[in-house]
Every structure is written in C-alpha cells, then in structure tokens.
Design a protein around this ligand. Structure first.
Ligand SMILES: Nc1ncnc2c1ncn2[C@@H]1O[C@H](COP(=O)(O)OP(=O)(O)OP(=O)(O)O)[C@@H](O)[C@H]1O
Ligand SMILES: [Mg+2]
Length: 286
C-alpha cells in the first residue's frame, strides 16, 4: 500500500476562462465544477486507477467541502486517516482553466496549511501495510516546522518507506526548506518552474542533475507538461548520472530494460497523458 499525504483541496474549476471579469463585471464560462485536488487526490486517484491500494492522509475543515472531500476519498482509498479541524475551513482553490488547458489558481489555504506531524501516524501506516509515502505539497505546510518535517521523514526512512516528495508553485514558497529535506526523498518530480526556483538552473537537464546533487536518492523527473519529463538517476556516482528526456507519447512497455527507473517515468507520463485525454473527451461529449 502507498500512503498519499498532505494537501487535499476542493478545486472549483471554471472552463474555458478567456479573461477574468472586470471589477464589478461578469463573464461567462461553459462549466464550473467541483473536484478533489492537491497532491493527495491527484496522486491517490491515479494510483488507485492503476490498481494500487492507497492510504489517504489529510487535514480538512468541519464543513460541507470537508465532508464532500471525505466522501470522495472513501471512493478510491483503501484506508484513510483524515483529520477534521474545527478551527479552519477546508482548503479550496478557484481554478481558471483557459482554452489551452493552462490553469491559474486562487488558493484559500485553510485547514490543509495546518497539516502537522500528528496527521501522519507512521506507526499506524506501517501496521496497515504501507511501504511507500508520497508527501506534498511541502511548501504549503506552513505550520509544520523544518525540524518536525525532517523528523517525520527520518521516521519514514527508518520504517523502510520509499519516500516521494512533491511541491507546488507558490510565489511565497520557502525553497531553502525544500532543499533541506531533499536528501530524504527517494523520488522527486517537480515541474520545470519549481525545479528552476529550487536550483536556479535554466534548463530541465541542468535542473535535474542539480536536484540529484542536492541529495535526491533514486530518481528526479523534471516534468514539462506536454513535453513529458527529463529523468535523471544517480548511477554509480553523480558523474555517471543518467539523464534522458521522456515523452508522454512513449508507452511504458517500451522502457529501456537496462534502465529500470524508466518504467515508472514512462508509466507516470502515460498516466498523465491518459488522464488529460479522458478529460478532453468528456468535455467534447458534453
Ligand atoms: N498536455 C499534455 N499532453 C500529454 N501529457 C501531458 C500533458 N500535460 C502533462 N502531461 C503529462 O503529465 C506530466 C506532469 O505534467 P506537468 O509537467 O504539467 O506537471 P505539473 O505542472 O506539476 O502539474 P500539477 O500542477 O498538476 O502538479 C508530464 O510530465 C506529462 O507526462
Ligand atoms: Mg506538480
């Protein structure tokens, strides 16, 4: 079982948004719909559709959106450890999706920002059969201090969990804190903008190698939207790191047998592409 923990938000998606309304004005869109979003739902739903049992961990508010997200989680998670916070609303975002699919966000961080060590009971996860932890978005947990976060990740390592960390784009992000915890990540998959903010690199290949230098242990994938990702693994040492560009058009079955890390990268890219195509088909059929 894989635990997906951290950010679970109510995404209210408006599509297509050609322009935002002027102050006091009104614009029309075809659809406005409520979805589960954030690292917990995005990764958890994809894993469960791939047939992997998932444990979901998040902090929600005691409100209608929190109850709705809790019910949705029960539809895909084999186990869940949700905390309901009486003193903050459920985290939510207004997502403006333009005709090209590019998204812009308004975030109310709410209860999710208070995600803390008590929300991640490692001992119980271990007992439930968890073997891997995906934790995100690190830069939104403002109440979880860096020492506590390091302690949690150390605990995950001691229990033998494979650790995958995720971030999201946030102009207020504390990238120093993310750099400090990278040596606890087995896997790290930022997008290009996030990877460049973390490493000050300008190109995906350079960013991926710098992230390995910063301590990521097994694999870095710098994702490039429709361009797929650049995958880097350390090999025998950093000098012999393997780096390759991976297209979402390449089926995972064609992964290089001599480079087994390619298989998850291919599966990830393929899953991302399938999810987007499915969503586009649904929109067309409405
Ligand atoms: N338009 C697309 N066509 C095909 N595949 C795509 C497209 N967009 C994304 N993907 C697949 O999904 C992966 C992750 O996408 P992306 O780089 O947009 O992540 P992201 O910016 O971190 O998104 P999120 O904000 O949802 O975390 C890509 O590496 C690619 O394989
Ligand atoms: Mg991302």
């Amino acid at each position: 079982m894989i635990a997906v923990a951290g950010t679970l938000v109510a995404d209210i998606l408006a599509h297509p948004v050609a322009r935002l309304p002027a102050r006091g004005g009104l614009e029309r869109v075809s659809t406005i719909a409520l979805h589960s979003g954030g690292a917990v739902a995005n990764t958890g739903v994809a894993l469960s559709r791939l047939g992997v049992p998932v444990a979901a961990l998040a902090r929600l508010g005691q409100d209608a959106l929190g109850r709705h997200l809790g019910e949705e989680v029960q539809g895909w998670a084999a186990a869940h450890f949700l905390s309901f916070d009486a003193s903050a609303p459920t985290s939510s975002t207004l997502v403006f999706v333009d005709a090209d699919g590019e998204r812009s966000f308004l975030l109310s961080s709410g209860a999710g920002e208070r995600f803390c060590a008590a929300d991640l009971p490692l001992e119980r996860l271990s007992a439930a059969g968890v073997r891997a932890l995906h934790l995100g978005y690190l830069n939104l947990f403002s109440q979880l201090g860096t020492p506590e976060l390091l302690e949690l990740l150390r605990g995950a390592r001691e229990r033998g969990f494979l650790v995958s960390l995720d971030v999201t784009w946030d102009p207020r992000a504390d990238w120093d804190r993310v750099r400090a915890v990278l040596p606890y990540a087995d896997l790290f998959c930022p997008n290009l903008r996030e990877a460049c903010a973390l490493t000050r690199a300008r190109a995906p290949q350079e960013a991926a190698l710098r992230l390995l230098e910063l301590g990521v242990r097994q694999a870095v994938a710098v994702t490039l939207g429709a361009g797929g990702c650049v995958l880097a693994t350390p090999g025998e040492g950093l000098k012999s790191a393997r780096v390759s560009r991976w297209s979402p058009r390449t089926p995972p079955g064609r992964a290089t047998p001599s480079w087994p890390e390619c298989w998850p990268a291919g599966t990830g890219g393929w899953t991302g592409r399938c999810a987007l195509e499915r969503r586009a088909r649904r929109r067309r059929s409405r």
